[in-house]
Design a protein around this ligand. Structure first.
Ligand code: SF4
Length: 941
């Protein structure tokens, strides 16, 4: 018997055209193929040729189609007409919006540029926004690193000239043991998923250290459910065990680190020669020698009179019984035998599974090595271990661990991505001297080498509104965005006039305490004027922050704009190649919006900012695409490294050859078009002999100079002992012209320890004994996903996850609710049991909860009724200590927000009568209205 089969088109036409650009649904910057049908986006897939994702696309990436069609998109510039926070706006033209902004910004620049605070959130154009702020002249600029993961970045730069994520990656093809600590799943999403797949396919193992077993930890071979905030203690116990067993790479330490550098017995600074080079003892001669002298063999056991090598201090500290597994086990929540077993496993894989590659290379001392030694152990970590008030020293400890194993920049280990490695000396120091009508005296952010690098005024007061680079947080390399609003509100260290924010939802999940911050944004003085007089905000979406601004400059979505993922900034490099990428308008906006970077250029042109204005007073750049093409940071070096113009004589008839130069070259007017023709990215491979040992490999150093990453070769030693920290510590001991104030002297002396150490940052506060954490879901990127019609079906609400022990103690059952309290407030939320969780930790997904009225969601949307934030329990400031001072809830070295030090109390409670999470907030008026009940359309026939 036969059936009548329906006639189906099993291979419908997907698209008329494919446009290749860069995803921006999270920070990974994968390559995407955007399929177009009738001029509209029909489908998004991964770009198989792209170095980051090699065709892999995640749920977020494919849902980009709903992001560019989201009802929450802002549609036109807005001027506030109701009270701040109400969300009542009047639609205005771009001419009027730009004129209002220029009328506010021009007098500030003329009189006192520090009255402008310009901070950006998930900005991927920081080399541009910082250039704008520098030319404006305000010292008050930073992006969001201060409340994200600056501890990881800064500890990496100060210790080894780079860190994880965009700074480097494991040698995924060869690593056999991959250990990751506290990683958010959305931030290095596709590359880590692909990497873990490779490790497992190659027979390797994955160890996940995280209080919460989800995501990468759920697929780890071993899960270590550590007590939050004790990662540093656990790592130093591993160091203790490795040193005790003699399982460290002595040859690597002697050659490539400052372990053999001699410390002056009196000052604790390096002994140096007349050329300021640190000195070691040469094992060949027994004599003092500069560390980089050709032919020497630095001695780890070197001494000269009372002066001893760094290695002595290291041994003495970490062999202390204080770091023995038995001494730390209870605090870490990891049994001592398990700590010992993990140390043994690290040693076994690093040394017993060592291998060599037959690749000859020459080091910076001129010695040629016939092979490269592989140690197939690699690590990765991010915000989980860094967002504590002991995060910087913890991150330093982790970098020290991988260096002791000799597994950085070797086959099978962790490797840097260009433009890293870069020694701290190759980075700028902070600049902060603002003068009326002048650009700033240099880049805002940088890496101080000692007290002289602090951003202080002549009277010793903070030069920056966020108090970055002060004695409170001397090495705050990314600024302290989380302190801007509370400091501006308090007028501490001074009052500002205009707060200018981009892509930073400070009135909701991007502030530590949402309620307190919104009160500061709406607070008025005795005359009825807002305490923060003016707020300008740019975003693509109607986020909670929009209602609190006076002027809204609506941004485009990522498929409607030019962008540049630049080697000057955070490029898309791999360990074997330099690479950068663009975004370009694959669709034109259907609203009256403009890319924020172009708006900044239009404002710069109105204000005639130097750097944006030619000598004859005309505008240097018409828009951001023009800037990307023609800007030169220094002669021959621009935002994009690919397809630059070669010198005179290189082309036909002696003309300069367009597109023929890589890295160094003059601007090429066809550059963006060439990127588009080549899939939206540029890649330049590192020669094989230069792919490992990069900080010390002459072939890599020369390659980097040719490409324009350095001006001269910059070989350097890994800094197990941090001399810049010792400079700060000495100031606290009473040395030098710049010394900390009396109330910070002990704190600076203790925390600026030049060798990593652990201290309790997450102590119980009275009845608040349980650690409460947030995680970002893999399917969403911060708050962006919750307005995305596809992604909100994955996470539309968020319970508080509770471990079995606390679940039983409190007698919770499915469907129950809890009141969760901290010294800063309380929330009432639904609970759920999670078996894979540290016994004394609760957690929830970050930024699922939304305020009614925001993001074009209906008032009864699950995000607004069943979702919630932990932010109501956290404070920008620590509870008062009775000394009259405002103490920031931050790491004392970098100022990183200590999100994960939150301690709470939980109590079972009846569900609220309206079954909605508490606290509730009054609905905001939505400037974009509400989204339709059903969102449906068909592209093409
Ligand atoms: S990992 Fe991030 S950048 Fe890559 S496809 Fe997913 S959302 Fe896009």
């Amino acid at each position: 018997m036969t059936f009548q089969q329906p006639s189906l088109d099993t291979s419908p036409k997907v698209s008329d055209e494919v446009r290749k650009t860069t995803c921006y649904m999270c920070a990974c910057r994968c390559g995407i193929n955007v399929h177009m049908k009738d001029g509209k986006v029909a489908y998004i897939e991964g770009n198989r040729d792209h170095p980051v994702n090699k065709g892999v696309l995640c749920a977020k990436g494919s849902a980009g189609i709903m992001q560019v069609n989201a009802p929450s998109r802002l549609r036109t510039p807005l001027k506030r007409v109701g009270p701040r926070g109400s969300g009542e706006f009047e639609e205005i033209s771009w001419d009027e919006a730009l004129q209002i902004a220029a009328d506010w910004l021009e007098p500030i620049r003329r009189d006192n540029p520090e009255k402008l605070a310009f901070f950006t959130g998930r900005d991927q154009s920081q080399s541009f926004t910082s250039f704008w702020a520098q030319n404006y002249g305000t010292p008050n600029y930073a992006a969001h690193g201060g409340f994200c993961s600056v501890n990881m970045a800064a500890a990496g730069i100060y210790t080894m000239g780079g860190a994880f994520w965009e700074f480097g990656q494991p040698d995924w093809d060869r690593t056999q043991l991959f250990m990751l600590f506290g990683v958010a799943e959305d931030h290095d999403s596709n590359p880590i998923k692909m990497g873990i797949g490779k490790v497992k396919a190659n027979g390797g193992r994955v160890i996940g250290v995280n209080p919460i077993r989800t995501g990468y930890n759920a697929v780890a071979d071993d899960w270590v459910g550590i007590t939050p905030g004790t990662d540093g203690l656990f790592i130093l116990a591993l160091v203790h065990e490795l040193l005790r067993a003699g399982k460290v790479d002595f040859d690597y330490l002697a050659r490539y680190t400052n372990a053999p550098v001699l410390l002056d017995a009196e000052t604790g600074l390096f002994l140096r020669d007349d050329n300021d080079k640190p000195l070691v003892i040469d094992r060949n001669t027994g004599d003092l020698a500069p560390f980089d002298k050709p032919g020497i063999r630095p001695d780890l056991r070197g001494t000269s009179g009372p002066h001893r090598a760094v290695f002595y201090q290291l041994i003495e500290r970490y062999l202390s019984p204080d770091y023995a597994p038995e001494a730390v086990a209870e605090r870490c929540g990891i049994p001592a035998p398990r700590i010992g077993a993990i140390a043994a496993e690290l040693a076994r894989v690093a040394f017993d599974q060592a291998f060599t590659l037959p690749i000859e290379w020459t080091d910076f001392r001129g010695e040629t090595h016939p092979t490269m030694t592989g140690r197939p152990v690699s690590f990765h970590a991010m915000r989980g271990i860094s967002a504590h008030a002991n995060g910087f020293q913890t991150c330093r400890a982790l970098h020290m661990l991988q260096i002791l194993l000799g597994t950085v920049e070797v086959p099978g280990g962790f490797r840097f991505k260009p433009p890293y490695p870069k020694p701290v000396e190759a980075h700028p120091t902070p600049h902060c001297h603002a003068k009326p009508d002048c650009p700033l005296d240099g880049p805002h952010l940088g890496f101080p080498r000692g007290p002289e690098g602090l951003a202080l005024k002549d009277d010793g007061s903070p030069a920056r509104i966020d108090k970055a680079f002060t004695w409170e947080n001397p090495m705050s390399a990314h600024g302290l965005m989380h302190m801007v609003i509370s400091n501006a509100h308090a007028g501490d260290p001074y009052k500002i006039d205009t707060l200018f924010l981009y892509m930073a939802n400070m009135a909701w999940n991007s502030s530590m305490n949402t309620k307190a911050v919104t009160e500061m944004l709406t607070d008025t003085d005795d005359d009825g004027n807002y305490v923060i007089p003016r707020i300008i905000y740019s975003d693509a979406y109607s986020s909670e922050m929009v209602a609190f601004a006076d002027l809204i400059l609506p941004d485009t979505t990522y498929l409607e704009r030019h962008d540049c993922i630049s080697l000057l900034d955070r490029p898309i490099c791999e360990a074997e190649a330099a690479a950068d990428a663009i975004r370009w308008p694959v669709i034109e906006p259907d609203r009256d919006v403009r890319g924020f970077q172009t708006v900044l250029i239009q404002l710069a042109n109105k204000l005639k900012l130097p750097g944006f204005t030619t000598d004859d007073g005309t505008a240097r750049y018409a828009d951001y695409a023009d800037y990307i093409t023609n800007h030169e940071r220094k002669p021959g070096i621009g935002p994009l490294a690919g397809w630059r113009t070669a010198p005179e004589g290189s082309g036909v008839g002696g003309s300069p050859a367009r597109g023929a130069a890589t890295g160094r070259g003059s601007p090429n007017p066809d550059q963006i078009d060439t990127y588009i023709e080549n899939g939206g990215f540029f890649i330049h491979h590192i020669p094989e002999a230069a792919q490992f040992y990069k900080p010390w490999n002459s072939a890599y150093q020369n390659w980097a100079v040719d490409l324009g990453l350095y001006d001269t070769p910059q070989p350097y030693l890994f800094q197990l002992y941090s001399e810049p920290m010792r400079h700060f510590q000495r100031a606290a001991e009473g040395h030098g012209d710049r010394q900390p104030p009396a109330h910070l002297r002990d704190r600076v002396r203790t925390h600026m320890d030049p060798l990593p150490y652990w201290y309790e940052s997450n102590a119980r506060e009275g009845e608040f004994t349980i650690t409460a954490l947030t995680q970002r879901p893999m399917a969403m990127y911060h708050s962006w996903g919750t307005q995305n019609a596809w992604l909100r079906q994955i996470h539309g609400r968020n319970p508080l996850y509770i471990p079995q022990k606390l679940w039983d103690t409190h007698g919770f059952a499915e469907g129950d609710w809890a009141r969760v309290s901290s010294p800063h407030g309380s929330i009432t939320v639904p609970v759920a049991l999670h078996g894979g969780l540290n016994d004394n930790t609760v957690w929830t997904w970050n930024a699922i909860g939304k305020r009614k009225g925001a993001w074009a969601l209906s008032d009864d949307a699950p995000e607004a009724t069943k979702g919630f934030l932990l932010n109501h329990l956290i404070g920008e400031l620590l509870p008062p200590k009775g000394d009259g001072l405002r103490w920031s809830n931050s790491d004392p070295i970098t100022g990183q927000a200590a999100w994960f030090d939150l301690k709470v109390k939980i109590e079972k409670t009846a569900p609220p009568a309206d079954a909605e999470t508490k606290p509730g907030f009054d609905p905001q008026h939505s400037p974009v209205g509400k989204g339709p009940q059903d969102l449906a359309w068909k592209v093409g026939k």
